[in-house]
Design a protein around this ligand. Structure first.
Ligand code: GRF
Length: 201
């Protein structure tokens, strides 16, 4: 059985959708620990409700980024983690991290990449006036929000939308595509063709 870990920094609604699906048997793996970069994150409470060990490593409390990442790498090695899922993890991983961890890393992003990478994507998409937005699960590479795309789902932007209503419709889609991507990866259904990700369902 593969081992996965989920990294969070905040509210943890994506974490909850992953754990609900995991509990229901939608995909099979072990989750030896969840990592939070913030001890006040609501996601920490969610993880504990599922009786999963939570490791808190706060970059602000570490001597350096190197030290912070070193601690994470130690945990990943100790638990043989095959897949890291970034679900609202607000820390950018360095080159060094990618050198030291060779498993897969995926991320959920609240826009149709490559549009609106970075922070506040929903607000920027709304203010830009796009008619369709959505969310993306992608592999994480050194380029922020620039790795190969695994799944996307679109949301139609309505004239009556506010940033909040658009954001919450996008979030509902996030809660479906992130567990789906995890399932596809765990079941070996992903084929890489350069940048293109093909799905063998
Ligand atoms: C989500 O919108 C996700 O797309 C982005 O950060 C947010 C995390 O929300 N990367 P939550 O903590 O999962 O509720």
């Amino acid at each position: 059985m593969k081992n996965i870990s989920i990294f969070i920094s905040g509210r943890g609604s994506n974490l909850k959708s992953i754990l609900d699906k995991w509990k229901s048997g939608y995909f099979k793996c072990s989750i030896p620990f969840i990592l939070s970069s913030n001890d006040k994150a609501y996601g920490v409470i969610i993880a504990k409700k599922f009786w999963i060990d939570v490791q808190i490593i706060d970059p602000k409390l570490e001597k350096s980024k190197d030290e912070f990442e070193h601690k994470i790498i130690d945990l990943l090695k100790k638990h043989n983690i095959d897949l890291i899922v970034l679900a609202g993890f607000m820390v950018v991983l360095s080159k060094n991290f990618f050198k030291n961890y060779k498993g897969d890393i995926i991320n959920i992003h609240p826009s149709l990449l490559p549009a609106f990478p970075g922070l506040n994507s929903q607000k920027r998409a709304y203010e830009y006036g796009v008619k369709v937005s959505g969310c993306t699960v992608h592999y994480v590479t050194e380029e922020i929000d620039g790795g190969p795309i695994i799944i996307q789902d679109a949301v139609v932007c309505k004239d009556s939308d506010s940033v909040d209503t658009l954001t919450s419709r996008i979030l509902r889609k996030e809660h479906t595509i992130l567990p789906k991507a995890i399932k596809l990866i765990l079941e070996g259904k992903i084929v890489r063709d350069g940048r293109r990700i093909l799905i063998n369902e």
